[in-house]
Write a protein that binds this ligand. Sequence first.
Ligand code: GUN
Length: 289
Amino acid sequence: MPAKRIDGVAVAKEIREEVGRDAAVLIARGVVPGLTVVLVGDDPASAVYVSSKEKACVAAGMKGETIRLPADTPQAALLALIDKLNADDTVHGILVQMPVPKHIDPQSVILRIAPEKDVDGFHPVNVGRVWIGESTGFAPCTPAGVMVLLERAGVSVAGQDVVVLGRSTIVGKPMTSLLVNASATVTVCHSRTKDLASHTRRADVIIAAIGKPEFLTADMVKPGAVVIDVGINRVVDPSTPKGYRIVGDVAFGPVSEVASQITPVPGGVGPMTIAMLLKNTVRAAEQRA
Ligand code: GUN
């Protein structure tokens, strides 16, 4: 029987509605949860992401503001803007869209954002809070979204063997910490892992975040496993109008024949990221209110 598809669009809609209700409670108390996104430069993909974040905030009844700075903005000017936003009581969440231009050090930017407003969950204080399971910490939005998808698909990871493919700072590492805190037994595989398939083949749950198109094939998956695909890869396809198509890190068709549940790309993990950003922003406002 083919795997059940986990519908990220539907779950993200539920989360956005829940966030809207939580925002309304705060607004009734005179606090409008506000997210400020800072975009340095004019990278077209970043511009699209940033405008969808702003629109999603407004749709949830929150304040969404975007500050656009020229690509040659000095690092000191960006840091001074962050200081101003840190001190602004109407701003609950701050997100500096990555990547920043080459002359700016991303780590200096992340360190400057007050941890209480770091709704991206990139500041080392939040990394630490999430690792030790402290509820005030903000987890990065994509792995937090994966946890919600698993929960709402009825998958309890407690005691399960979970394999995370990829060890990035934004997905693989925080994913590991959220899973360990949910009592999973976690194996992290990466480019230097020996016999990677020997790990994936005994996994009850596989989270693929390795950035390689259709890397996880059916022979690497145990029958009945749950497969979550975090990948977004562009592959050349002259038969499509744009000349490319988007695929995940999982060979969706063949793996669907083996897995019990699977997320599609697009329409799986992707829509969860903005939903979780809104959720973190409302939580930041609640924690300050
Ligand atoms: N660029 C792409 N995704 C993200 C994200 O989640 N946060 C930030 N700050 N920049 C990004």
